[in-house]
Design a protein. Structure first.
Length: 317
């Protein structure tokens, strides 16, 4: 009887702790599994360049959002493909759980690819994290957007920021999040970053330039979000290397690699912005190549990043 009584007390404590954690908005344990990430990656494992190929994926993304209780709308724009005399329609997929107030967080990932690749790292990995976050998110003031046209001058996100009101209080771009390597000399950095970001360079050097961490590219006015992301990631034994975007406009031309994703149109409007990434071509040898395939990304790595992000958006303090 004593054993049974103790067992009941333990179960009650676990339930009570879990209930209070959920009420406070703090996710105590990781919820997003690598198996869920694998599922999304399997479905997204196809080229997403032509309108026909993208429509199939759009239908999947919309159905997943709707399954998780979101109201889904499409936002259509158009733009020219660089180098081609062709106009194309780009379609953003927007998911909301409720009517947003003016201080909402936007989490986005682009679902399009360059031609002749399934783009599993760039950017099925980001879309997988986006859908997983949407599934477990309990914060009604978070909007999820699957952007189109990122590969073509950030067409979808540029249109969004110019044609959507209200603007978010924070934008987080999930960009190329899946390549992971514990091998030395698998991580590089752009030219001149070794002196401009000396602390980062020294950290990379001490880690023997292994590509085994998550990167967060942050504006200075998003430092609170980035600090929390780094803290929550460390609780999962995942290191985060944070790099801050230069504030002076004329200096930015020397650091264009920090402005290559959908966070850029937002930060140029003064909105706090973050890009979560594996650093793309500075780590992955498969970037924008046909070999950016399913077997070259790490689902557990993506899941750890997504869980850290989930804790940030769930923590109301």
């Amino acid at each position: 009887m004593l054993v049974v009584f103790i067992f009941i007390i333990v179960l009650g404590l676990i339930y009570f702790t879990s209930e209070n954690a959920q009420k406070s908005g703090l996710i105590v344990h990781p919820k997003i599994s690598s198996r869920e990430i694998d599922y999304y990656l399997d479905v997204l494992n196809r080229e997403r360049f032509t309108e026909e190929s993208k429509q199939t994926i759009r239908n999947f993304i919309k159905s997943e959002f709707e399954k998780y209780g979101y109201k889904v709308t499409e936002q259509k724009t158009d733009g020219f493909i660089p180098g081609l005399n062709e106009r194309r329609i780009f379609i953003n997929i927007i998911a909301d759980k409720s009517i947003l107030n003016e201080e909402y967080i936007l989490i986005g990932a682009h679902y399009d690819t360059v031609p002749r690749t399934t783009g599993i790292d760039d950017n099925a990995s980001g879309v997988a994290a986006l859908l997983a976050l949407a599934k477990y998110n309990q914060n009604p003031n978070v909007r999820f957007v699957a952007f189109d046209g990122e590969e073509y001058n950030l067409s979808g996100s540029r249109y969004y920021i110019k044609n959507t009101s209200p603007k978010p209080q924070l934008m987080v771009s999930l960009e190329t999040m899946g390549y992971y390597s514990n091998e030395p000399n698998t991580q590089s950095i752009p030219a001149f970053y070794d002196w401009a970001y000396r602390g980062l360079y020294n950290r990379l050097k001490s880690n023997q330039f292994r590509g085994n961490f998550s990167s967060s590219v942050c504006t200075y006015n998003a430092d609170d979000f980035c600090d929390k992301y780094e803290s929550y990631a460390s609780s999962q034994n995942l290191e985060v290397y944070t790099i801050y975007v230069p504030t002076l406009y004329f200096i930015r031309n020397f650091f264009l690699d920090l402005f290559r994703s959908d966070h850029t149109p937002f930060l140029l409007e003064g909105i706090p912005a973050v890009m979560i990434t594996d650093s793309a071509n500075f780590r992955s040898p498969n970037y924008h190549k046909p070999r950016d395939t399913r077997d070259n990304v790490n689902a557990e790595f993506i899941a750890k990043q997504a869980n850290a992000l989930l804790r940030v958006i769930s923590n109301k303090d």
